[in-house]
Design a protein around this ligand. Structure first.
Ligand SMILES: *[C@@H]1O[C@H](CO)[C@@H](O)[C@H](O)[C@H]1NC(C)=O
Ligand SMILES: *[C@@H]1O[C@H](CO)[C@@H](O)[C@H](O)[C@H]1NC(C)=O
Ligand SMILES: *[C@@H]1O[C@H](CO)[C@@H](O)[C@H](O)[C@H]1NC(C)=O
Ligand SMILES: *[C@@H]1O[C@H](CO)[C@@H](O)[C@H](O)[C@H]1NC(C)=O
Ligand SMILES: *[C@@H]1O[C@H](CO)[C@@H](O)[C@H](O)[C@H]1NC(C)=O
Ligand SMILES: *[C@@H]1O[C@H](CO)[C@@H](O)[C@H](O)[C@H]1NC(C)=O
Ligand SMILES: *[C@@H]1O[C@H](CO)[C@@H](O)[C@H](O)[C@H]1NC(C)=O
Ligand SMILES: *[C@@H]1O[C@H](CO)[C@@H](O)[C@H](O)[C@H]1NC(C)=O
Ligand SMILES: *[C@@H]1O[C@H](CO)[C@@H](O)[C@H](O)[C@H]1NC(C)=O
Ligand SMILES: *[C@@H]1O[C@H](CO)[C@@H](O)[C@H](O)[C@H]1NC(C)=O
Ligand SMILES: CC(=O)N[C@H]1CO[C@H](CO)[C@@H](O)[C@@H]1O
Length: 387
C-alpha cells in the first residue's frame, strides 16, 4: 500500500469525564485501606511487567536509551509507563518519539500482542516511531479500555483493523493509515475529534454520515480528494467548533444550514470549488473566530450582515474568489479582527467609514481586486496596508 503519501489521520478526543470516573471508582474501592490507598509500593503487577518485557523484546531501540530504564521489578517507574497509584495496573504507555528530531530515537521492530495483558491500559501513544510500513496489528483493536490511541507518523499502513465496537471507549485517536474511512469507526458515538488529513480520501463529502454525531467537536478532512456538495445535514453537528476541509474539490454552495453550527469557531474551506454565494446565515455564528474561503469560485457580495453578530472574528480570508459589490459596513463591528484578506476578487467601492475602529487590524490585503477600484476613505489612512 502506498501509505507514506496517502497517509491518513484519525483523531478522536478523549472523554475526560469517563476517565475521571473510572479513576474515581478505582480510588473508592481502595479507600478504606489506608496503606494501599496512598501509593502502590509493591512494584507493578508481575504479569504486566512480563508483558512489558516481552513487548520491549519486540522493539528495536537504536538509541539504547529509550527503554534503558525498563529493567528491575517496578515497571511503574519505567520511563513511559504510568500505573494506577491504587491498583498498580499499567494505565498508560507514552512512547511517542515526537520530542526528538533524531532517527535513532524512533523505536522500530514489532508490536507484541502481549500488551493485551495490560488489561487496564487506556492510553497508548506510539506516534513518531518507525514501524516500516507494517500494518497496524489487529490486537490493537482488542485493547478495549483504550481511550486515547495515537499511532500517527509512525509509518504504519492500513487502518486499525475493524472491530465491532471493541474500541468503543476510544475518543481520542490519531492514526496515520490509508483510506478508505472504515465504516465501523463512525459507529463510535463517543467520537469527539476526527482527523483524516492527507489520506487521498476520495468520493463525495456528502457520503460522510453527518447525522447523529452530536459529540463531534473537531473535524479535519483537509488535503484529500473529496468532491461533491456539502450536505445540509452538516447542520446537525451542533457541537462542532472546528471544521477543516481545505484543499479538496468540494463544489456547489456553502449550505444555509452552516448557520446552525452555533458553536463553530474555525471554518477552513480554502482551495475548493465552492461556487455560489456566501449564505447570510453565516453571519449568525456568534463565536466564529477564523474563516478562510480563499481560492474558491464564490460569487456575489459579501453578506451585508457579516459583522453584526460575528464580533469575535480574528481572521477573515476571502481572497481569490469572484466576490463583487462593496465591503459591508458591518465589518467594522468585528472589533477583534487582526487579519483580513479580500484580495483577488471583484470588489468595488469605498472602504466603509469607521474602519479605524478596527483597532486590532494589523494585516489587510485588498490588492488585485479588479479593474474597478477599492479606494481608501480618509479615515482609513492610518491603517497599515499590505499590498
Ligand atoms: C487528544 O489528542 C490531541 C492530539 O494528540 C491532543 O492535542 C489533545 O490534547 C488530546 N485531548 C485529550 C483530551 O487528551
Ligand atoms: C473495606 O472495609 C470493609 C469493612 O471494614 C471490608 O469488608 C471491605 O472488604 C473493605 N474493602 C476494601 C476494598 O478493602
Ligand atoms: C490493606 O492492604 C494490605 C496490602 O497493602 C493488605 O495486606 C490488607 O489486608 C488490606 N486490608 C484491608 C482491610 O483490606
Ligand atoms: C500517581 O502519583 C504520582 C505522584 O503523586 C502522580 O504524579 C501521578 O499522576 C499519579 N498517577 C495517577 C495515574 O494518578
Ligand atoms: C499474557 O501473559 C501470559 C502469561 O502470564 C502469557 O501466557 C500470554 O501469552 C500473554 N498474552 C499475550 C497475548 O501475550
Ligand atoms: C471483542 O474482543 C474480544 C476479545 O477481547 C473478541 O473475543 C470478540 O470477538 C470481539 N468482538 C467482536 C464483535 O469482534
Ligand atoms: C454500525 O452500527 C449499525 C447500527 O447500530 C450496525 O447496523 C452496523 O453493522 C455497524 N457497522 C459496523 C461496521 O460496525
Ligand atoms: C437548522 O436549524 C433550523 C432552525 O433551528 C432547524 O429547523 C433545522 O432543522 C436545522 N437543520 C439542520 C440540518 O440542522
Ligand atoms: C455581481 O456579479 C453578478 C454576476 O455574477 C451581477 O449580476 C451583479 O450585478 C454584480 N454585482 C455588483 C454589485 O457588481
Ligand atoms: C488576480 O486575481 C485573479 C482573479 O482572482 C487571479 O487569477 C490572478 O492570479 C491574480 N493575480 C495576482 C498577481 O495575484
Ligand atoms: C486598494 C487596491 O489594492 N486597489 C487595487 C484594485 O485593483 C486595481 C487593478 O488591479 C489596482 O489598480 C488597485 O490599486
Amino acid at each position: 500500500m502506498a501509505c507514506r503519501n496517502s497517509t491518513f489521520q484519525l483523531v478522536i478526543l478523549l472523554l475526560l469525564v469517563l476517565l475521571t470516573k473510572s479513576l474515581f471508582t478505582e480510588a473508592a474501592a481502595w479507600s478504606n485501606n489506608s496503606s494501599s490507598a496512598k501509593t502502590f509500593d509493591r512494584g507493578c503487577i508481575v504479569k504486566e511487567r512480563e508483558a512489558l518485557l516481552k513487548f520491549k523484546k519486540g522493539l528495536i531501540d537504536l538509541s539504547g536509551q529509550r527503554l534503558s530504564s525498563w529493567v528491575g521489578d517496578d515497571c511503574c517507574n519505567w520511563v513511559g509507563v504510568e500505573c494506577s497509584n491504587h491498583t498498580g495496573h499499567v494505565l498508560s504507555l507514552q512512547l511517542s518519539a515526537a520530542d526528538y528530531n533524531d532517527e535513532s530515537w524512533k523505536l522500530r521492530g514489532t508490536l507484541d500482542p502481549c500488551l493485551l495483558n495490560l488489561t487496564r491500559l487506556n492510553y497508548l501513544d506510539l506516534s513518531y516511531n518507525f514501524f516500516h510500513g507494517t500494518p497496524i496489528p489487529k490486537f490493537i483493536s482488542y485493547l478495549k479500555n483504550l481511550r486515547h490511541l495515537d499511532l500517527s507518523q509512525a509509518s504504519f499502513t492500513g487502518l486499525v483493523p475493524s472491530t465491532n465496537g471493541n474500541l468503543s471507549n476510544l475518543d481520542n485517536t490519531s492514526v496515520y493509515a490509508a483510506s478508505p474511512i472504515p465504516e465501523w469507526f463512525f459507529n463510535i458515538t463517543t467520537l469527539r475529534l476526527l482527523r483524516l488529513k492527507k489520506c487521498e480520501l476520495s468520493g463525495s463529502i456528502s457520503g460522510f454520515p453527518w447525522a447523529n454525531r452530536p459529540k463531534l467537536l473537531y473535524l479535519d478532512f483537509s488535503s484529500n480528494k473529496l468532491g461533491g456538495n456539502l450536505p445540509d445535514s452538516l447542520g446537525y453537528l451542533g457541537n462542532l467548533e472546528n471544521l477543516q476541509l481545505s484543499d479538496n474539490s468540494i463544489v456547489g454552495p456553502l449550505p444555509t444550514f452552516i448557520g446552525n453550527l452555533s458553536l463553530l469557531e474555525q471554518l477552513d474551506l480554502s482551495s475548493n470549488m465552492i461556487n455560489r454565494k456566501i449564505p447570510e446565515s453565516v453571519g449568525k455564528i456568534a463565536h466564529m473566530k477564523a474563516i478562510s474561503l480563499k481560492n474558491n469560485g464564490i460569487i456575489g457580495p459579501i453578506p451585508l450582515n457579516i459583522g453584526h453578530k460575528m464580533t469575535e472574528m480574528v481572521s477573515l480570508d476571502l481572497s481569490g474568489n469572484l466576490l463583487n459589490g462593496s465591503i459591508p459596513p458591518s465589518m467594522t463591528e468585528m472589533k477583534e479582527l487582526i487579519f483580513l484578506d479580500l484580495s483577488s476578487n471583484y470588489l468595488s467601492g469605498a472602504i466603509p467609514p469607521n474602519w479605524h475602529s478596527l483597532k486590532e487590524l494589523s494585516y489587510m490585503e485588498l490588492s488585485n481586486n479588479s479593474s474597478q477600484e477599492v479606494y481608501l476613505s480618509p479615515s482609513a489612512q492610518c491603517l497599515h496596508l499590505n499590498g
